[in-house]
Design a protein around this ligand. Structure first.
Ligand SMILES: Cc1cc2nc3c(=O)[nH]c(=O)nc-3n(C[C@H](O)[C@H](O)[C@H](O)COP(=O)(O)O)c2cc1C
Length: 229
């Protein structure tokens, strides 16, 4: 059944941080070290963020998305163990790249992100909520134009969830490293792997402090193309 969603100012489950749209868009960081593992996250606030996520676009307005919210400690541990297996392989490769850039400012940023990623990998099972956004159908073997349609129908909703979470004092980080073990994760969650594709694993927790800043990025002009490449 279709229903209308209405945001009533002042009637949110938890008070919002009152960020401007631009502040929200520029300070929604990947939060790892400042996730508060001890503060419970109300199921209602997750529902509210997901209601907002459902306002995102999807191909042909198909809304073929599903969201698995994992709060069960054993299941979070199972997901974290899969993540850590994959992370170990990724991290070993990453260490080489970081070593090569050791003396550059880029290397310093990479090292900082790597330390933060190490911390998340170690503590993932402690994060109170894992959100797994999913989409009906699998892209395995599809041409890239069709893949774009499928991925593009779940990723905007996922980012909307993360923005809504940030607006409410929650931190998130986009992660994909459990996906080499997507089948095992599906089995742990009773999710039908053949029909449903997982897009990410988003750890969600309140943050320690709510001040986050815009991040350093490559200058816009190095990647901007007007009218021709
Ligand atoms: C597609 C995608 C996959 C990612 N996978 C992971 C991951 O598995 N683990 C992780 O710690 N961070 C992951 N990240 C987060 C990036 O590392 C993060 O965006 C980067 O650290 C920059 O952080 P910032 O956005 O706060 O500046 C992923 C981000 C994206 C967009």
């Amino acid at each position: 059944m279709i229903h209308d969603f209405q945001l009533i100012p002042g009637e949110n489950i938890v008070p919002q941080l009152n960020l401007t749209p631009d502040q929200l868009l520029t300070t929604t960081r990947s939060v790892r070290k400042r996730l508060d593992f001890t503060r419970p996250v109300e199921p209602e606030v997750i529902r509210e963020c997901l209601e907002i996520a459902l306002q995102a676009p999807s191909g042909s307005n198909s809304q073929q998305w599903h969201f698995v919210v994992v709060t069960d400690a054993d299941k979070r541990l199972a997901l974290a163990e899969l993540y850590r297996k994959s992370f170990a392989v990724y991290r070993a490769k990453r260490a080489e790249a970081i070593q090569q850039n050791a003396n550059s400012p880029r290397g310093a940023i990479q090292q900082r992100v790597a330390n933060s990623a190490d911390y998340l990998a170690e503590h993932l099972h402690e994060v109170p909520v894992h959100l797994i956004p999913c989409i009906v159908g699998r892209t395995d073997g599809l041409p890239s134009n069709q893949q774009a349609g499928v991925w593009g129908s779940i990723l905007p909703a996922t980012w909307s969830f993360m923005l809504a979470a940030r607006a409410r004092g929650l931190g998130t980080a986009w992660t994909t490293l459990h996906l080499p073990y997507e089948k095992e994760a599906a089995a742990a969650l009773g999710l039908p792997y053949e029909k449903i594709m997982q897009a990410a694993l988003i750890p969600v927790a309140y943050t320690q402090g709510t001040d986050f800043s815009p991040a350093a990025r490559e200058p816009l002009d190095t990647i901007l193309h007007w009218n021709k490449w």
